[in-house]
Design a protein around this ligand. Structure first.
Ligand SMILES: Nc1ncnc2c1ncn2[C@@H]1O[C@H](COP(=O)(O)OP(=O)(O)OP(=O)(O)O)[C@@H](O)[C@H]1O
Ligand SMILES: [Mg+2]
Length: 1085
């Protein structure tokens, strides 16, 4: 469903100034500012669009926006330039009304941008197709070409159009574009030779220098450096945000699209280059003999290059800069030019060259874009022309521009009122006269053919005699003095005589938009716009087809002595044509406003905007629009919008819409004088009535919205509840089904498990039984098999060769062992334990057994040998064994003692009567009796003594008498000391403090030393109550002789003293025993 919207929806401020209440300049400004701050740059005054330059790109020109505004009523959406373009296009297409879109505003207000937006919108919404698209493209691409040649950077605008442009776009009956015609007005050609500070020459000069290839530049005899050209200002040669090189490519491309041939483009560039060269030509004075100053070209290089470029003979042009030929009454008079005149001529030529080139370009573009079909066209004109200009110094240009704007205002008033009147008649509403200011009187002041300012100027220019700006002002002062919109200090009107704000060389005009002071300086010159004939003839002679075309008056065959029309005259004529053209069309206005002069976004300078709204006459516009009824609307949309305000019309009105509106307004008690009923529209006189309706509607909408919300919420909750209920049943059913299913599946699976267990158990039981049975069978079979095998093997073993080896081996081993044992038996060694012989081992593998047998045999032999011993012999061997333990490897004497049997009683003391007395003196049985040598303690000489040993004591007795000399109880004996050598010396060392120790220790010598010591040791050991007697074996020991401790030292003596050891007391402390050095006999084991 299409939603009907209105301009009144979501308005920021008021979208249409007609609805402004109260209407004052301040409220107007406030409303504009409010909207501008909210990015609403467009506002309506009825069907007029006010456009504020945002100075930044807004996202409001997208294809989506185009679609939004397409085929919508003008007041349906918020104000937009697209709404105006759409309205114009639709009434052109559907109602066959030619349209014109008049875009005005001051420099930098966004006129050119607006014209491009309108064109691009129309291009987007009109028909499509290959041919149509080509036409569209050509129309759109004419813009970059014209902008390059006609636009320049000024202090107000980086891309300021320095010409007025009117473009007629032609459409066929379907609304498809067929072509167009462009008209230009008043190119600011003075810019070619001089630019104000901070401004540039036309873009094309800079684009050519920075964008063309080196090759092209060479061909054009140009240098890339801007500083080399007098006509190009240096201070703003580079404009930020403007890429001249890229733009040059765009321009060339656009020229191609528009249909320029390659050689045409080349010619155009040559002309541009020629203008630059021309600027570099300088003159110097040269005095002639008649005293008149003549000018000469200073450096002819630039002149030469320029002439080469344009194919002009250098001398012809050079002469044209030095002389001026005036023809009068068929007579030619040549006068010389001084330097100033030469410069004037040069600049005039440059300006003419460029402005004619520009006009040629427009003609050429028109040739390309003109509609082919000859049928009647529908036309949409777009006028992009300077707005009203009020500068500090206003000259001829501003005068002309302001005149144009007066004419446009006149048309505006005329057409608006006419439209208003037509509408009233159409709607059958009574026409009441509207009070407004008609500026026809000002237009008359300027353009009146008899005494208008322009006519005066022309008259002055054509008048013979001295003509100056002052004479022109004088003329004005006399002719226009009475005019109520003309003011001059020197006029006959005495009111201005004392007006000091009015200088003498100025006049002031009260324009509809305000008073403007014009300085008359160079009015005459600018109006004349003269180019010396010599120059135009020189140009015509050029060997360059384009130049020839541009200067047709130079053709000597068509010498026209009539003066060319003045600039003012030309402009008036073209404005007249334009106005005639516009009057036949339905006007659409776009009034552009510049919010600040810093080219900055978001900045709204109130004073500047106030100034513009004054001279654009916007307040006047609103007043005219509101003169009758401020607001009108067809009945249907009106009823649709406000029907909710009355119960009878809400929600549906069944009857005709007009009656519905009547019922509605009566019900709302709107006073009758506030509205009128037209045939199809309701007319509302005051905006406040409209706002009253709007306010009511807003309240009502809120109530309706609440009601809708209430019902919607109730419906939503109920349907939600019903849905929940329904869902709950479905969910419950599904859940029950699901839970039963689950339960069933659980039981089913449990049964299956139980079953499977039971079956498994049964099966395993059966399997076990079967396995057992099988094993029994297998066992029986195995046993039977083994049994049969055994039987068979038994039967066949004899035939097995495999067993033979083992048998042979066993047999051989048996035989070897047998032989070995028999051999061993036959070769047994003797039974002597010391016999070490043993038969050799016959086989290596018997090594272990052979050694074991030898050891066993030896042990057995020893056992046998031991078993033969008597008790006595056993005792003897025990003693021998003890002797061995005591002395073996300790004393050298021992080996010789081994073979000697221990006799014990060598003196046969019991039998020998000689010792009877001695024997009786002994308390016990004699264990050993022998003769020993007792060493004298004093001198070391020995004396024989009988040595007796009993179980209890040692007795020393005289050998001859048998008298006991000393008796030592064994318990007094501390130790026995012997040497390690072959001697028989031994010392009996007594315990200190005993009775026996009075005389000291005994040093004795015996041949049976080993036996004596062994027995002494044995007796000591046998006596359980006594301590064991220690035997010290050492070659040096201490003995106690009475009170002296004497060291007994054994030394190796020479054998000269015989084999006996000799003893000698050396001193108190030393007793030296010299032992002969005899080799020791090997000891028995
Ligand atoms: N609708 C817009 N959106 C964004 N920028 C804009 C718009 N209109 C104008 N401008 C900006 O302002 C600059 C000046 O606009 P434009 O050239 O259209 O001014 P003009 O009225 O044609 O001035 P002149 O009289 O000097 O030719 C543009 O170059 C552009 O940057
Ligand atoms: Mg412009």
């Amino acid at each position: 469903m299409e939603v009907k919207t209105s301009l009144l929806d979501n308005m920021i401020g008021v979208g249409d100034m007609v609805l402004l209440e109260p209407l004052t300049e301040d409220s107007f400004l406030e409303n504009l500012k409010n909207r501008f701050d909210h990015n609403e740059i467009y506002t309506y005054i009825g069907s007029v669009v006010i456009s504020l330059n945002p100075y930044r790109s807004l996202p409001i020109y997208t294809p989506e926006k185009v679609e939004e505004y397409r085929n919508r009523n003008f007041y349906e959406l918020s104000p937009h330039i697209f709404a105006l373009a759409d309205e114009a296009y639709r009434s052109l297409r559907d109602q066959d009304k030619d349209q014109c879109i008049l875009i005005t505003g001051e420099s930098g207000a966004g006129k050119t941008e607006a014209s491009k937006l309108v064109m691009s919108y129309v291009a987007a919404v009109c028909g499509k197709g290959q041919e149509v698209n080509k036409v569209k493209e050509q129309l759109l691409q004419s813009n970059p070409v014209l902008e390059a040649f006609g636009n320049a950077k000024t202090v107000r605008n980086d891309n300021s159009s320095r010409f007025g442009k009117y473009m007629d776009i032609e459409f066929d009956f379907k609304g498809d574009p067929l072509g167009g015609v462009i008209s230009n007005y008043l190119l600011e050609k003075s810019r070619v030779v001089k630019q104000p500070r901070g401004e540039r020459n036309f873009h094309i000069f800079y684009q050519l220098l920075s964008g063309s290839s080196d090759d092209t530049l060479k061909k054009l005899k140009l240098d890339r450096d801007v500083g080399k050209y007098n006509y190009l200002s240096l201070d703003s040669a580079v404009v930020s945000g403007l890429d001249d090189a890229a733009n040059f490519r765009t321009v060339r491309n656009a020229m191609q699209i528009v249909g320029f041939m390659e050689d045409e483009m080349q010619s155009v560039l040559e002309l541009v280059a020629a203008v630059l060269k021309l600027g570099n030509i300088e003159f110097k004075p040269e005095s002639r003999c008649n005293g008149i100053d003549e000018s000469r070209v200073k450096d002819k290089n630039d002149l030469k290059e320029m002439c080469e470029l344009l194919g002009i003979e250098q001398s012809v042009l050079e002469r044209a800069f030095s002389y001026r030929t005036v023809e009068a009454k068929m007579e030619k008079v040549s006068t010389t030019l001084n330097v100033a005149q030469a410069y004037y001529a040069r600049d005039a030529l440059a300006k003419n060259l460029y402005s004619r080139l520009f006009s040629w370009l427009i003609t050429r573009i028109n040739g390309s874009i003109k509609a082919q079909a000859k049928t009647r066209h529908k036309v949409m004109g777009v006028l992009d022309i300077y707005g009203f200009e009020i500068f500090e110094d206003n000259s001829f240009e501003q005068f002309i521009i302001n005149y144009c704007n007066e004419k446009l205002q006149q048309i505006f008033i005329e057409l608006t009122l006419r439209e208003e009147q037509e509408e009233y008649i159409r709607e059958g509403i009574e026409w009441t006269n509207i009070e407004y200011f008609n500026n026809a009187i000002i237009c008359d002041l300027i353009e009146n053919n008899k005494n208008g300012i322009l006519a005066m100027l022309d008259e002055e220019c054509l008048r013979p005699g001295t003509v100056t700006d002052e004479t022109f002002l004088d003329k004005l002062n006399t002719v226009c003095a009475e005019h109520q919109h003309f003011e001059s200090r020197l006029s006959k009107n005495s009111k201005f005589l004392t007006d000091h704000s009015l200088p003498h060389n100025c006049f002031r005009i009260q324009h509809y938009a305000g008073k403007v002071l014009y300085g008359v300086e160079s009015f005459v010159d600018k109006n004349n716009d003269l180019l010396y004939r010599d120059l135009s003839q020189a140009m015509y002679k050029a060997n360059h087809s384009l130049i020839k075309q541009l200067f047709p008056e130079g053709n000597p065959a068509k010498v026209n002595l009539k003066r060319p029309p003045t600039a003012g005259f030309q402009f008036k004529a073209s404005v007249g044509t334009l106005m005639g053209n516009l009057q036949t069309k339905n006007p659409n206005y776009i009034r552009c406003i510049k919010p600040n002069d810093k080219k900055a976004s978001h900045v709204f300078t109130e004073s500047l905007v106030r100034h513009q709204l004054r001279y654009l006459g916007l307040m006047e516009n609103v007043r005219v629009r509101r003169a009758g009824y401020a607001f009108r609307q067809p009945y249907e949309p009106c009823l649709e919008r406000y029907k909710m305000l009355c119960k009878k019309t809400w929600p549906h009105w069944r009857g005709p819409a007009r009656e519905g509106v009547e019922v509605l307004l009566t019900d709302l008690q709107v006073p009758a004088e506030e509205f009128s009923y037209g045939r199809s529209k309701i007319f509302i006189r005051n905006p406040r009535t409209l706002f009253f309706l709007e306010e009511k509607r807003k309240q009502c909408l809120e109530d309706l919205a609440t009601l809708i919300q209430k019902i919607y919420r109730g419906w939503k909750c109920r349907s939600h509840f019903l849905l929940l209920k329904k869902s709950q049943i479905v969910v419950a059913a599904w859940y029950r089904r699901y839970s039963q299913q689950k339960k069933y599946q659980k039981i089913k699976s449990a049964t299956t498990v139980v079953q499977s267990y039971a079956r498994g158990w049964q099966a395993r039981k059966l399997l076990r039984e079967l396995k057992y049975q099988k094993r029994c069978e297998e066992a029986a079979t195995t046993i039977a098999a083994y049994w049969h095998g055994t039987q068979v093997r038994r039967e066949y073993r004899k035939f097995f060769r495999a067993n033979a080896g083992k048998k042979i081996y066993n047999f051989t081993i048996q035989r070897i062992m047998q032989k070995y044992f028999v051999g061993l038996k036959n070769n047994m060694p003797s039974m002597s334990p010391v016999d070490k012989s043993w038969p050799a081992r016959p086989y290596l593998f018997l090594d272990g057994a052979h050694a074991a047998l030898r050891r066993i045999f030896h042990l057995w032999r020893c056992k046998k040998y031991r078993s033969q011993f008597t008790e006595e012999k056993k005792a003897v061997y025990e003693e021998k064994l003890e002797a061995s333990e005591l002395f073996k490897d300790k004393k050298a004497l021992y080996p010789s003692s081994v073979s000697q049997p221990f006799k014990g009683d060598y003196l046969e003391i019991n039998k020998n009567p000689k010792f009877q007395k001695l024997n009786s003196a002994l308390d016990d049985k004699v264990l050993l009796a022998d003769v020993v040598s007792k060493i004298n303690r004093a001198n070391g000489k020995g004396s024989a003594r009988i040595f007796l040993l009993t179980k209890k004591s040692v007795v020393l007795a005289d050998q001859k008498t048998g008298q006991v000399k000393a008796s030592v109880v064994l318990s007094d004996l501390a130790s026995v000391s012997v040497s390690t050598q072959t001697d028989g010396f031994f010392a009996l060392r007594l315990k200190e403090g005993t009775a026996s120790a009075v005389k000291g220790d005994f040093l004795l010598s015996s041949e049976h030393l080993i036996e004596i010591i062994t027995k002494l040791h044995r007796v000591g050991a046998a006596n359980a109550d006594k301590e064991k007697i220690n035997v010290d074996i050492s070659d040096e020991f201490l003995v106690q002789f009475k009170h002296d401790k004497v060291c007994v030292k054994f030394i190796q003596g020479s054998p000269k003293n015989g084999n006996n050891a000799s003893c000698k007391r050396k001193n108190n402390r030393l007793l030296e025993v010299s032992v002969p050095n005899t080799p020791s006999t090997p000891s028995t084991p």
